[in-house]
Design a protein around this ligand. Structure first.
Ligand code: PAF
Length: 282
């Protein structure tokens, strides 16, 4: 695996990989890799001839009071995992390489960036789209792989790609869960044992929504009331941020579920903010 810490090195390595083979896949990450990330790498390997992974804890997507400084960093372990998966190129630049002094240019997907996580984390998606656009310019992959767990991020990135005519194919990969159902996240490492068990309420609320949907309920308001209000009432120490039933592309709320619909939840367990979702298909 070639480890590149500068943009010039990454460009050269990716050009070389694309010259030798046809399709280059990119898996953008912030490191602290878990099975969810590795499932993206495996999907990229299955669909591409060579795989590049980026590890960059992107400061512009963290708010001033968020967890940038304590975000888990495990570079040596991450390298070992990626090497084992047969990743060809790892791009792991320092912050100054990506954001040299004086940068004032942003990529902003208006309106969508203010929904779901964008509402609770102002500026977050502007940071995400800016770094993903930069990575696409540097790596120039044919396809990029993202987890369905970050459903709002996926919608925002798809919209950026569409509006700015990026050639990259965006591939969404299924949520990977722990054996008890908790969606895998690098932030799960922050949870105490007690919080870890309380955190299962996110998954329980989504299961309740799915069960009511499978039983024939199509009213979003009824699902929200039974799944969010009632289930979260059983875990008063978990603070619900949002529980929304929305169109997966526009992130606009739907009243009745008549086509593919996203049920998304975010909540704070102690000081850790977790998200999860399920897609309902009538
Ligand atoms: O999903 C993530 O880990 C990040 O938001 C991403 C896409 C790597 C951009 O920093």
């Amino acid at each position: 695996m070639k480890i590149c810490s500068t943009i010039a090195e990454a460009r050269a390595a990716c050009l070389d990989a694309r010259a030798r083979r046809r399709r280059l896949g990119l898996v953008p990450t912030m490191g602290a890799l878990h099975e969810g990330h590795l499932s993206l790498v495996r999907a990229a390997k299955a669909q591409c001839d060579a795989v590049a992974v980026s590890i960059f804890v992107n400061p512009t997507q963290f708010g001033p009071t968020e967890d940038l400084s304590k975000y888990p960093r495990q570079f040596d372990r991450d390298c070992r995992l990626l090497e084992k998966e047969g990743v060809e190129i790892l791009f792991a630049p320092p912050v100054e390489e990506v954001y040299p002094n004086g940068g004032v240019t942003w990529v902003l997907v208006e309106s969508l960036s203010e929904k779901l996580d964008g509402r609770s984390r102002p500026g977050h998606f502007r940071g995400v789209t800016t770094i993903v656009a930069k990575l696409f310019h540097i790596i120039e992959p044919e396809a990029a792989f993202f987890g369905q767990k970050d459903a709002a991020q996926l919608a925002v990135i798809r919209r950026m790609v569409r509006d700015l005519n990026f050639p990259e194919e965006i591939v969404a990969c299924p949520i990977v869960r722990e054996s008890d159902g908790l969606a895998m996240s690098s932030r799960n490492a922050y949870l105490t044992r007690e919080e870890r068990s309380r955190a299962l309420v996110l998954q329980r609320s989504l299961q309740k929504a799915r069960q009511l949907f499978d039983d024939g309920e199509r009213s979003a308001a009824k699902l929200i009331s039974a799944a969010a209000k009632e289930v979260f009432a059983s875990e008063p120490l978990v603070v619900l941020d949002y529980f929304e039933i929305v169109d997966p592309d526009t992130l606009d709320p739907v009243e009745r579920i008549s086509r593919r619909t996203l049920v998304a939840v975010a909540a704070r367990v102690g000081s850790t903010r977790l998200i999860d979702n399920v897609v309902l298909e009538p």
